[in-house]
Design a protein around this ligand. Structure first.
Ligand code: ZN
Length: 412
């Protein structure tokens, strides 16, 4: 039994932290939590001093199997040359960076070659360090669309993608594509409902599945007790997904008042991925894209800030997501400052990676807040994150399921 003590504790359930926080951990679970909670006799005490204890963070939109640099064309060539084994080994490093940044759970919404399934299982079995993962296997989508590596002539290589890569047509085929993904390990279903930014030949805002197709995808996912997430920039595709009962809209760049009101009404989560916009638009470091991609990145990022402010005004539920892979893995916490810059209070911004994210993942009883009975996922940051949310970028302590991975900034 271990009692973790710190100057401040933010349990993710209120707008405030409390002084002299204590979290008592035993058997990988939280036994007790609170201000000056009693330290049981015989418990080991770990006093972290002048830090703030928080629940382990949750990122609802990562791609641990992928990476990108500032050069799209070079990345494309690299990806085509890299064999599955090399990509999988690199993914293990991405998982480690993510965990050490305080993200103890991620929803990984698109991989290739089942790398995400292998990664999830290896982490679960204690073979490698990394966050608890819910995986999508691959993004489902239409031929020629964002999920289909739009713009590349796969047929010349004799491998026009089909259901085994998530590419389908018509409600029945899409049902089969959902079943295929679940058969091979998907915890969550991801669909490309509209065009995307980082694909060559599609327009970013066009719908890429029909209402009947997305109805079938969401129905089949829910029938198999899986949540469904829609990549959607454009408003028509997003509305079809919301109507179908999708659990979250990812990105949502061009969503209008009506679309956001539909989300509010349906209880659909928005995963805004503001950090991806910062990187894709070249605001963080200059990016070298083919002109058709640069134009899409500019168009999406030009709309997303107003969209997000409207979403906050309307009261749409927000869950934290970064689209890490577009940004480097392990910088996930940079999203917090962006959420605050767009009008969220620091407490509300922090909570997007806590209770609401756990709710979106279907794990509200297990993770997301510091509460007795939940997984002992505990992180700490120096200083006061409610006064300066950027301290979230300097996580100094990481515990996942009762196992310590970082203490005083030193990784295990
Ligand atoms: Zn993504």
């Amino acid at each position: 039994m271990l009692a973790i003590k710190a100057a401040r504790l933010f349990d993710g359930r209120s707008d405030h932290w409390v002084r002299d926080g204590v979290v008592v951990v035993a058997g990988g679970k939280i036994q007790a939590v609170g201000a000056g909670a009693a330290v049981p006799a015989g418990a080991q005490v770990l006093d972290l001093g002048d830090v703030t204890l928080l629940p382990g963070l949750i990122d609802c939109h990562t791609h641990l199997s992928f990476e990108s640099s500032d050069d799209f064309t070079r990345d494309t060539v690299t990806r085509l040359r890299r064999d599955v084994a090399e990509a999988a080994i690199r993914a293990t490093a991405n998982a480690r960076h993510t965990l050490m940044a305080g993200f103890t759970t991620v929803r990984d919404v698109g991989s290739a070659d089942f790398i995400d399934v292998g990664l999830r299982n290896a982490i679960r079995d204690g073979v490698i360090p990394g966050p608890r993962m819910l995986v999508a296997v691959h993004m489902l989508g239409a031929r020629g669309g964002h999920a289909d590596g739009a713009g590349f002539a796969f047929k010349r290589l004799g491998e026009e993608p089909g259901i085994e890569r998530g590419i389908a047509s018509g409600p029945d085929q899409f049902r089969d594509a959902v079943r295929f993904a679940v058969k091979y390990g998907a915890d969550v279903i991801k669909v490309g409902a509209t065009g995307g930014v980082l694909s060559l030949s599609d327009e970013v805002d066009t719908p890429q599945v029909t209402q009947a197709e997305i109805d079938a995808i969401v129905d089949e996912a829910h029938r198999l007790h899986k949540r469904a997430a829609a990549h959607a920039h454009g408003v028509t595709g997003a509305k079809a997904a919301i109507r179908a009962g999708i659990d979250s809209i990812e990105h949502g760049s061009f969503l209008d008042e009506e679309g956001l009101r539909m989300m509010k009404e349906h209880g659909t989560y928005l995963v805004p991925t503001l950090l991806a916009g910062e990187y894709a638009s070249g605001r963080v470091v200059p990016r070298h894209y083919p002109p058709e991609i640069a134009a899409k990145a500019d168009a999406a990022v030009a709309q997303r800030s107003a969209m997000f402010r409207n979403a906050l005004r309307i009261g749409v539920k927000v869950a934290f997501g970064t689209d890490s892979a577009v940004s480097p893995h392990g910088l996930n916490a940079k999203e917090f400052a962006l959420l605050v810059a767009h009008g969220m209070t620091p407490a509300a911004a922090l909570r997007t990676a806590m209770g609401p994210a756990a709710d979106l993942l279907g794990l509200p009883g297990q993770i997301g807040t510091l509460e007795a009975g939940k997984q002992a996922d505990v992180v700490a940051v120096p200083g006061d994150p409610l006064a300066d949310v950027k301290v979230m970028e300097r996580v100094s302590f990481v515990m996942k399921g009762g196992q310590i991975w970082k203490v005083a900034g030193v990784e295990k």
